[in-house]
Design a protein around this ligand. Sequence first.
Ligand code: MRU
Length: 356
Amino acid sequence: MTEAPQHRAVALDDDKDALVILDQTKLPNEVVYLSLTRQEDIRRAIRLLQVRGAPAIGAAAAVGLYLAAKSIDATDNGAFYAQFGAAKDALAATRPTAVNLFRALDRMESVAEAHRSETPVRVKTLLRDEALRVLEEDAAACRAIGEHGLGLLRDGDGILTHCNAGYLATTRYGTALAPIHLGIERGYRFKLFVDETRPLLQGARLTAFELCAAGAETTLICDNTAACVMKNGWVQAVLVGCDRLAANGDACNKIGTSGVAILAKHYGVPFYVCAPTSTIDARAATGEDIPIEQRPPEEITEMWYKERMAPQGVRVYNPAFDVTDHALITGIVTECGVLRPPYGESIRRAAREAAV
Ligand code: MRU
């Protein structure tokens, strides 16, 4: 894929011992890269969605934990491992839903645990290698998702997407947007419908930014306009990302995704979830087992308005994610190919193949 228009959401700067992220709270008006060296700033960036999207959160946490390890000034293993464990726990407490966060941290911990007999200096080198592997593997998985997903689309298709599952949400290319970016490069003329994605507007601010920059025909719609564009016959496929995929194919993603899936079923539009196998949580038997993040009420009542838009004291319910029932999903696009129902079986097979 073309490198030029794609910003990098997450990177390691070895010279400064810093996690470098593109501050997504400033987009689309300002392109600002942050160079974070302090653990509290890295944790804050994840909590405040300066870096966001399941794979990008995992990558940021892996780099963050490496930097935490590197800064530990202990020559004896006992002290090193105690501080390493505390840094891991603190990073794990930033956001609860995207499983990529916990998977990346567990990978880092496994490397450290497997080398307990070695010096902290050596363990730090191994942790750097592992963090960079998390980034590289995600980029490769997203690229493969692009190829598999593009096989489901035709030139001229209308495609609706919800939230942002593009290169801003991953280390490269994106998941749901990877087939679109790839198709655009190969001359496909898609017509994109982008849900604004209340309350944090990842669609309006981030997906529209990515797609406009790529030169795609992009139409921004309010979340409650999705039924209308489907009824008009303007949408041939829905592509969305995923924060945690249960073993039975229930897919947890940005709040509002399950409503889009229900509409797609009603209007006979195929609904595809695009997710690397790192998003599979085999321990979650169904969507019921997935923890759903609750976010502050101000995101709904005042964050985007000149003045508060709801009465003081009103009760607010602000879950960041919902679960789309597996029965509504036409296919799950992974780096191992497009999984089809019955998902229990196809997800197990993909997880085995990818060894996650
Ligand atoms: O709260 P966010 O912005 O981190 O939520 C992001 C999403 O829901 C994405 O669709 C999901 O993480 C997939 S990103 C490839």
